[in-house]
Ligand binder design. Structure first.
Ligand SMILES: Nc1ncnc2c1ncn2[C@@H]1O[C@H](COP(=O)(O)OP(=O)(O)O)[C@@H](O)[C@H]1O
Ligand SMILES: [Mg+2]
Length: 360
């Protein structure tokens, strides 16, 4: 069932066209992240969903209900902000009670829900504390509880972890995701942090300059990015330019490059002669020293020769930069205690399934 439909919304501030035909459809219970660089329109999109902004055109539906013109208080949303936005002069219980009182929930039921939601965020017994008596992480959990206590149909979160230190942020990612799954609430999460989006989301909307670059699962986005922009924004990647020389199947191709022919997979329907880029993630490349036997190589494996131009120790491995015959530089992650040295000749090996085509 579709919980939320964003249908071709546009938003302008003066001459600036901020959101350009944004369309997304979100299923009941899904956790969807809006991911993109600062200023790309994530918060504006979320504010349109919440009702704090009205799009110039397009529609927003909660289930079947068109809420495009509804006030925020009539949309059945819970919202969590980066700044927590707790009422400083109210206790935790009063902060949680506020939205329930506005909704005319009777006292006994208010008490029951507050107790329940505080136990969900593991803050039982904190009812009488004031926000200033809580750590940043605890305040963020109160903000989460306050959004959930009204039992909204959609939970909206705008960079809720950005003010927390790295360790706490990591913990809170799992905490929020776990809580969201237990409650089963449809959630939209704004972040500019790609690893946060990847570990938390069912689906990711990658945004750039007010348009959606790609909408898909974390795996789709990481392994089958729709463009160079997406590939560059999510994780590290190497690209080699080339032309389609042969279609081997519905999604597998041979690509002619300056380093020779490379077996790849890619979107269907590419015709011979199409300009493309072959993308290979650093962790999917294996290395072999010059002259070392190719004992584990398979017949369709790609092998490119090059020489090491830098080797950077990274604790959990070494990052090599390897210059190919074409002049392209490839970044390669290698583990083990005997990495290559600068100047060594090396063969880079990767499977066709790990080489993905991007439109050039
Ligand atoms: N009220 C406003 N008036 C004018 N410009 C705005 C307003 N709100 C946001 N913007 C502009 O819209 C663009 C997108 O902003 P925003 O949605 O906050 O981006 P993000 O959340 O992705 O960082 C930015 O260029 C921002 O400066
Ligand atoms: Mg923002």
């Amino acid at each position: 069932m579709t919980a939320l439909t964003i249908d071709r919304i546009n938003k302008r501030y003066g001459n600036l066209h901020i959101l350009k035909d944004i369309s997304v459809s979100i299923a009941q219970g899904e956790f969807v992240s809006l991911l993109g660089p600062s200023g790309c329109g994530k918060t504006t999109t979320l504010r349109c969903i919440a009702g704090f902004e009205r799009p110039d055109s397009g529609r927003i539906l909660f289930g079947e209900r068109d809420v495009t013109r509804a006030l925020p208080e009539h949309r059945d949303i819970g919202m969590v902000f980066q700044s927590y936005a707790l009422f400083p002069h109210m206790t935790v219980a009063e902060n949680l009670s506020f939205g329930l009182e506005v909704r005319k929930v009777v006292p006994a039921e208010r008490k029951r829900r507050i107790t329940e939601v505080l136990s969900m965020v593991r803050l039982q017994g904190y009812e009488a504390r004031f926000p200033r008596e809580l750590s940043g992480g605890q305040q963020q959990r109160v903000a989460l509880a306050r959004a959930l206590v009204i039992e909204p149909s959609v939970l909206l979160l705008d960079e809720p972890l950005a003010n927390l230190d790295a360790t706490l942020r990591d913990e809170m990612r799992f905490f929020i995701r776990d809580l969201q799954q237990r409650v089963g609430i449809t959630s939209i999460y704004v972040t500019h942090d790609q690893s946060e989006a990847i570990v938390m989301s069912d689906k990711i909307v990658v945004m750039n300059s007010g348009v959606i670059s790609q909408f898909g699962t974390p795996r789709d986005i990481y392994e089958r990015p729709a463009s160079q922009t997406v590939a560059g924004f999510i994780g590290r990647s190497n690209t080699i330019v080339g032309k389609v020389s042969e279609a081997l199947g519905p999604d597998s191709y041979k690509i002619e490059t300056l380093c020779g022919t490379i077996g790849t997979h890619g979107p269907g329907g590419l015709v011979n002669g199409t300009d493309v880029r072959v993308m290979i993630r650093p962790e999917n490349i294996r290395t072999r020293r010059h002259g070392e036997a190719a004992n584990t190589s398979t017949s369709d494996e790609n092998v490119l020769g090059g020489s090491v131009v830098s080797a950077t120790y990274q604790g959990n491995g070494t990052q090599l930069k390897v210059r190919l015959a074409s002049g392209d530089e490839m970044v390669v992650d290698v583990s083990g205690r005997n990495p290559m040295a600068v100047g060594e000749e090396v063969a880079l090996r990767f499977a066709p399934r790990d080489a993905w085509l991007l439109a050039s």
